[in-house]
Design a protein around this ligand. Structure first.
Ligand code: ZN
Length: 378
């Protein structure tokens, strides 16, 4: 990879650890320019957007009037999906089924949150257990492959499980907690690769040991084309239509449901915490907090100085990192020594394996041109 001189955006905190980042003459990065040019002008949260959301809710209720549920929500216990459950039930007047996936790594605090929200809103919850032996085999294969994206096996299991469940049970609407307020900067592809089944299966073929019989699978083709166009599946992101201030949402959930907060965005899960807080920054120099904080800068929730101060701190404390490492290595059936050998091995990317990158990029470009996808994909 070509070496560049270190440069940080003068507006947000993204920098050249994203090797594809570009800067304009004022030193402002392409994420920021994309946000001001393509996302912000089309993003209005006001009475009109709320009315639009209620119109969508009407459609969802009508389409699902014969079923027990009119939509499904993938529930992680985090603030986005928890707040979404409340919006769906009490603002949109829907009858959602909550879907949660147990990949083997959930923290108790997340499981408790899921249960509290389901009970507090009187909603049904279905939890699918991912076959642990297969999950373990795939995750170990991923570590051996030396790629950055160690969360893909979990992400894929959760995402594929949810969409496959919805189609199987004829629930047409999938509500997602995706939102511009905290997610309009998509981490660069070299940090967090896409949900690409072809790539996942190739890594597994080379380094896995057992067959992935029960592991949930959903290819991009199925998700992008077959599900929406042949099964009529629709995705709706309600949090983009209402005022969504994460801190206020947390306080509300705490007060109303006894929901509990935890550090950082995806830290409801031990594996994700370790992957984002230790593996990714130490092996590759990628710090996902930069995307998250840059987002908050763009939406005015924090200042650039506050974000820079935050980045000077460790993602989480060293003792917990070491404990997580030992726990994860043991759970995957390897010792910490073998794990350290993986950490110091030669870094690879998705390009070292079979992948659908070009197909995904092509689809995203079309969706963006059609106004159905906002986030930038280089
Ligand atoms: Zn920027």
């Amino acid at each position: 990879m070509k070496k560049r001189e270190f440069q940080r955006c003068t507006n947000c905190v993204m920098d050249t650890t994203d090797s594809a980042i570009t800067f304009d003459e004022k030193g402002v990065c392409d994420f920021c320019n994309d946000y001001y040019k393509n996302i912000l002008p089309k993003w209005h949260v006001d009475e009109k957007s709320k009315a639009e959301l209620l119109e969508i809710a009407k459609k969802i209720r009508k389409a699902g009037r014969k079923g027990k549920y009119d939509c499904i929500i993938g529930m992680s216990g985090g603030v986005d999906s928890s707040y979404l459950c409340y919006i769906a039930k009490e603002v949109m007047g829907l009858r959602p089924l909550l879907y949660s996936s147990d990949t083997g790594w959930n923290l108790k605090i997340a499981d408790d949150n899921i249960r509290k929200i389901a009970q507090g809103l009187n909603l049904d919850l279905v939890t699918e257990q991912v076959d642990w032996e297969e999950m373990k085999d795939l995750q170990l294969a991923f570590f051996k492959s030396q790629v950055p994206y160690q969360d893909l096996p979990q992400d894929h299991a959760i995402f594929a499980g949810l969409y496959n469940y919805a189609v199987k049970h004829k629930i047409r609407y999938v509500l997602t907690g995706a939102n511009n307020a905290t997610e309009c900067i998509r981490p660069p592809v070299e940090w967090v690769y896409q949900n690409d089944l072809k790539f996942i299966l190739d890594v597994h073929k080379r380094f896995g040991k057992r067959k992935l019989k029960n592991f949930p699978k959903c290819s991009m083709l199925r998700y992008r084309l077959i599900y929406p166009y042949f099964y009529g599946m629709k995705r709706v992101a309600p949090l983009n239509y209402v005022e969504y201030d994460k801190e206020k949402a947390k306080a509300f959930l705490q007060e109303r449901f006894g929901w509990e907060t935890y550090d950082n965005k995806h830290y409801e899960n031990i594996f994700t915490r370790f992957y984002e807080g230790y593996y990714l920054p130490r092996k590759f120099g990628y710090d996902k907090r930069k995307c998250y904080l840059s987002n908050l800068i763009l939406t005015g929730a924090v200042t650039r100085d506050e974000a820079l101060r935050e980045l000077e701190k460790q993602p989480y404390d060293e003792a917990t990192m070491q404990a997580d490492k030992a726990y994860i290595a043991e759970k995957l059936g390897i010792g910490t020594e073998e794990f350290d050998a993986i950490m110091s091995g030669e870094n690879k990317t998705f390009r070292d394996y079979r992948n659908s990158y070009n197909f995904i990029r092509f689809c995203t470009k079309i969706l963006r041109a059609a106004g159905k996808e906002k986030k930038m994909f280089r």
